[in-house]
Ligand binder design. Structure first.
Ligand code: HMG
Ligand code: MG
Length: 303
């Protein structure tokens, strides 16, 4: 029954909000994260220690982490708070903010990596090596994000072999988990399956996560082959919020509500209360003044 348990990594406060024109205030972010925790989510990515000039929406990440409740709430194990880190300055900020887990992020393609963090893929791996060592020395878990696993808005399609080689290199650096990102949501099972199979020849399913954007409405379809192959960690975003400001054409993440509804239908366990999650998605959509992008959220709100 261990195999029936799935862990969601909630992207709403980070990937979800980094692309919003009007940023949520600190109290609104705190309320969002409180509600997400109340729904039963155990891992929440809450911010990014990146340049505030590049992503102003994440500028309050340190203040946010300082204000977040820590420890067990209502008998539940403490929520693990994650944040993105692009370089040493970001790592120092994340350590000072007592982040539980950092996410280093690079990609399969130079075009996106240069647009996103200003360096090549090879340079990013050189930069990351000492960061992983330092984080691990301090007992902070390191997740490695690998973007453009299907294709790049600048460089075109990515080969499965390339993804497997890059995933292996991040894994060998000491990342405990590799999150495979279809940054612009262009994949279908036709391209996702060969990609997953290539990566799974190098890395066990238990160390992989999938991070699908839903730009073309394929994210849920792409999730199925990942589940069938034993991947049990899923990145998703409440109300389907999300998108990368440096990936032209990227829209929201796969909605967390869709993931929980699907898994419940498959008889798998997430530990997430769908009603609380959906109400949170409805609430945050109202705060942002945008329609709720989760179909499950819309359906439940109309009941
Ligand atoms: P840079 O400008 O190339 O580098 O930024 P720099 O080192 O020359 O620094 C320039 C200025 O930035 C300096 O300030 C630094 O202090 C400051 P100034 O002297 O001009 O006042 N700076 C920082 N400030 C705060 N925190 C830091 C930091 N580092 C430098 N850590 C940098 C390089 C990487 C910082 C920049 O390009 C950046 O912040 N990029 C942001 C990228 C980003 O956040 N993208 C979105 C997240 S990735 C994503 O969404 C994909 C994902 O979801 C997976 C998927 O979907 O595929 C994860
Ligand atoms: Mg993303």
């Amino acid at each position: 029954e261990q195999d029936d348990r799935v862990s969601l990594v909630e992207m709403g406060p980070r990937d979800g909000l980094q692309n919003e024109m009007i940023p949520l205030s600190l109290p609104q972010k705190l309320e969002l994260i409180r509600r997400l925790g109340e729904s039963g989510l155990q891992r929440i990515e809450v911010g990014a220690f990146v340049s505030p000039k590049r992503v102003p929406q994440m500028a309050d990440s340190a203040a946010l982490l300082a204000a977040l409740p820590r420890g067990a709430i209502a008998g539940r194990p403490p929520v693990r708070y994650g944040a993105l880190v692009p370089n040493l300055q970001g790592l120092q900020g994340a350590i000072a903010a007592r982040v539980d887990e950092i996410g280093l992020f690079t990609a399969c393609s130079d075009g996106f990596t240069r647009a996103n963090i200003g360096i090549s893929v090879e340079e990013s791996l050189v930069r990351f090596a000492p960061l992983v060592q330092e984080a691990r020395r301090l007992g902070i878990r390191v997740r490695g994000y690998l973007s453009t696993v299907i294709g790049c808005p600048f460089d075109g399609p990515t080969s499965p072999k390339r993804v497997a080689a890059m995933a292996e290199r991040l894994f060998d650096l000491g990342c405990h988990e590799i999150s495979l990102g279809d940054t612009t949501g262009i994949g279908t099972p036709g391209t996702v399956v060969p990609m997953l199979d290539a990566v799974l020849r190098e890395i066990p399913a238990g160390r992989l996560a999938v991070h699908f954007h839903d730009t073309y409405g394929q994210a849920l379809a792409n999730l199925m082959p990942a589940l069938e192959r034993g991947i049990r960690t899923i990145d998703s975003s409440v109300a389907g919020l999300g998108g990368c400001p440096y990936a032209p054409g990227a829209s929201g993440n796969l909605a967390s509500e869709e993931v929980v509804y699907l898994l419940r239908g498959l008889g798998m366990q997430t530990g997430v209360d769908l009603d609380i999650l959906a109400a949170t998605g409805q609430w945050v959509s109202e705060q942002l003044g945008r329609p709720n992008a989760s179909r499950v959220g819309q359906a439940l709100a109309a009941r």
